[in-house]
Write a protein that binds this ligand. Structure first.
Ligand code: ADP
Ligand code: MG
Length: 697
């Protein structure tokens, strides 16, 4: 039996441990740093470092690492041991405040988008005391921010922390104006729901595409997919059940509030959702969670696929970013209360968010852009690439009535009669659930649903926080000087909803009509990474980041370059993998099968010319024709890859080329490959089929 309360956070240098291990004044000084961002002096840093080291050694650690989140999208770490020579040929274990606070990894191999010249390879990592350190695999992990020698931000954590501070500042201003002087801090909370696939390790190892790119580049559909909806919330198989139990234990030990585990829509697809926490910690926890998912899968001879679209034809995987704001007095600012239409404070925040989504649709789309996620957005399964806000019937009616200037009597929380006496009455949420909306109000928070399963959720939260902070700033500037704040606020709410009405949509986001309607409304529909990220450098966006002190124009430019370059590199790897598979495995396999058919036909003929061989003949002709066609597509792809170099001078053009030309070639090649798979004996086909992978666990 596991003792969950005892296990929970046992690998984390959390508040309890700190209070226990640190002298009182040190603990107090550290808490002050964490809460108010006060600078830490050397004596405090040394004492904290010492306590951390002692604790880590008890947990079996010999090393420490500054753990950071460079622009590659995955976490990075460099391990140093605690050992120091004692002068007598022995070692002692030491860890100083300086080592805790600052690290100096060789940064030359991390993408910087041209910020850091290669001769200046130095980068710095700086301890983030707001996210707790933890012990894992014999190493003390210290969450850190990462910047260049000259101070430019090279990571995802720094802008996130900046955006949280900015949002706090502007939200506090508004609340003070609206008559809440006791509020001095507002935190962003995030609860990410994570989807993933689990497949058998042997099958994974037989697929070069999964190994090199995380998704299948070839593969004909299985006779059964997800059409029966029998996997969603279905009973969990034993092996998966054991995996989930172990996953929970691991996550709990790292202080991650794993709460919900269930099967998802596609076969072999699952979800894990932790309880929400501060945005910054939620980001670190989600990075750790993705790693633990992979490691735990290995223990069960499974492989966890975090790619957004591992299999064509069945649902891909996303991540729902549940987002809200809490005051230091414990109030959730996105709770509508009993009568939202009367709740000016709630309406102000709601209006700011609606306006932020409308004004910065392009940036929100960029924040979820990745080559993998391009397969989901707009592919009729995930929220489309078009941003819109879902408010639900009740709140939607409130906003409608505000727009026409009437009071709406909110129905508030109604009881739902399930018609069975023994069942307790279930309280109905103030929103019904619209699963198709990319940005939905879900009762006491917003759920941003466009994120891909492999994404670092920092990106989305940076944009959300910054955009909302900007709108709140504008509101606060207006309201600051007026006499009658309440009625001015009401007027502001009315004006904002009227002006940004176009972004609100409560219908089916997957429908073709919505795509047309959105175009009429003038909303963006940015379908691919290169289409989206070009808007990074739109003037209003540069201004947003610069004026809110989140990213400078140069830092933004770096991000733009890095994303385009990553995109082109990824498609390039996929293309090369496909060529390898096509030439080394698929063409030889089909040729071999055609030969066996020919042998059979010849043998039959030799036995007696009366034995019919039309079956073999038809197949031989058909497959031979397809082989020619297939090998022509191979040549097209090869040629277009060679020509890519001609576009390399301009990163935007380069990425566009990969998107429009190379990717199109890949799809054409795959179509014929998949077609041949359906006609080739499985004995000859070189890879496990979709059926085997998706139903094999
Ligand atoms: P569903 O699948 O119905 O959307 P889940 O229970 O799977 O709901 O996930 C909801 C997520 O939203 C959880 O991570 C939960 O902790 C998070 N959440 C709930 N309230 C808030 C809030 N106020 N701020 C941020 N996240 C929240
Ligand atoms: Mg959800």
């Amino acid at each position: 039996m596991v003792n969950v309360p005892e296990l929970f956070g046992s690998n984390v240098f959390n508040d309890d441990v700190m209070r226990d291990k640190l002298p009182k004044p040190i603990y107090k000084a550290l808490k002050k740093t964490i809460q108010d961002g006060a600078t830490l002096d050397d004596s405090v840093a040394n004492a904290v470092a010492h306590a951390m080291k002692e604790w880590a050694i008890e947990k079996g650690c010999t090393h420490y690492t500054h753990w950071f989140q460079p622009l590659t999208g995955v976490t990075a770490e460099k391990h140093d041991s605690f050992i120091t020579p004692d002068g007598d040929g022995r070692v002692i274990m030491t860890f100083s405040g300086k080592e805790l606070i600052k690290g100096e990894p060789d940064a030359s191999s991390f993408p910087s988008g041209g910020i850091r010249a290669t001769f200046e390879a130095r980068g710095y990592t700086a301890w983030d005391p707001t996210s707790p350190a933890f012990a894992k695999d014999g190493t003390l992990y210290i969450p850190t921010a990462f910047c260049s020698y000259t101070g430019e931000v090279l990571d995802k954590k720094t802008p996130l922390l900046r955006s949280m501070e900015k949002l706090s500042k502007e939200a506090v201003r508004i609340l003070n104006i609206l008559g809440k002087p006791e509020v001095n801090h507002v935190v962003t909370t995030v609860g990410p729901e994570q989807e993933y696939f689990l497949i058998d390790k042997d099958m994974y190892n037989a697929r070069p595409d999964l190994i090199f790119t995380g998704r299948t580049l070839f593969g004909a559909k299985a006779p059964k997919g997800q059409e029966l909806d029998d996997h969603y919330f279905g009973s969990i198989k034993t092996r998966i059940g054991e995996f989930m139990a172990e996953l929970d234990r691991e996550l709990w030990s790292y202080g991650i509030y794993a709460k919900t585990e269930h099967n998802e829509v596609a076969p072999s697809q699952h979800e894990v959702a932790p309880i929400f926490t501060t945005a910054n910690v939620a980001v670190d926890n989600n990075e750790l969670l993705m790693e633990i998912l992979k490691k735990t899968a290995e223990k069960f001879d499974l492989v966890c696929l975090l790619h957004e679209k591992p299999f064509a034809g069945v649902n891909g995987s996303g991540k729902h970013n549940n987002w809200s704001l809490f005051t230091n007095t414990g109030e959730n600012l996105l709770k509508p209360g009993k009568n939202p239409s009367e709740n000016v404070q709630f309406l102000i925040f709601l209006a700011a968010i609606v306006k932020a989504v409308d004004d910065y649709q392009d940036l929100l789309r960029i924040s979820v852009a990745s080559a993998g996620n391009d397969h989901r957005l707009g592919a009729n399964e995930a929220p489309p690439a078009i941003l819109s806000v879902f408010l639900g019937d009740d709140l939607g009616a409130v906003v409608d009535s505000i727009e026409i200037g009437e009071e709406h009597e909110s129905e508030g929380k109604k009881s739902m009669d399930l018609g069975v006496e023994v069942l307790p009455t279930v309280r109905k949420d103030t929103t019904d659930r619209n699963r198709t909306s990319p940005f939905a109000f879900t009762g006491n928070r917003f759920e941003f649903r466009m994120l891909g399963s492999a994404a670092n959720i920092a990106s989305a939260n940076i944009i959300l926080n910054t955009a909302v902070a900007e709108e709140l700033r504008e509101f606060a500037d207006r309201l600051e000087s007026v006499k009658d704040v309440k009625s001015a606020a009401k007027r502001l709410v009315v004006r904002t909803f009227k002006k940004h009405d176009r972004i609100i949509f409560n219908g089916d986001n997957y429908s073709e009509e919505w795509v047309e309607e959105a175009e009429r409304r003038g909303l963006y529909n940015l379908k691919s990474v290169p289409d989206a990220v070009r808007h990074y450098l739109d003037e209003k966006n540069i201004k947003l980041f610069a004026e809110n002190g989140v990213l400078t124009e140069q830092e933004l430019n770096a991000r733009y370059e890095v994303e385009l370059e990553n995109y082109a590199k990824l498609i390039n790897i996929e293309a090369l993998t496909m060529l390898d598979m096509a030439k080394k495995d698929i063409i030889p396999a089909v040729t071999e099968y055609v030969k066996s058919l020919t042998d059979t036909a010849l043998a039959k003929q030799a036995l007696s010319p009366d034995i019919p061989t039309s079956l073999e003949r038809d197949l031989i002709i058909d497959l031979s024709q397809k082989l020619v066609c297939f090998s022509n597509k191979v040549k097209d792809l090869e040629n277009d890859l060679i020509n890519a170099g001609e576009h390399a001078d301009d990163m935007q053009e380069y990425a566009d080329y990969y998107c429009r030309t190379v990717f199109a070639d890949m799809q054409a090649l795959r179509a014929i490959g998949d077609d041949m798979e359906t006609e080739t004996s499985s004995e000859y086909w070189p890879y496990p089929s979709y059926g085997e992978m998706l139903f094999g666990v």
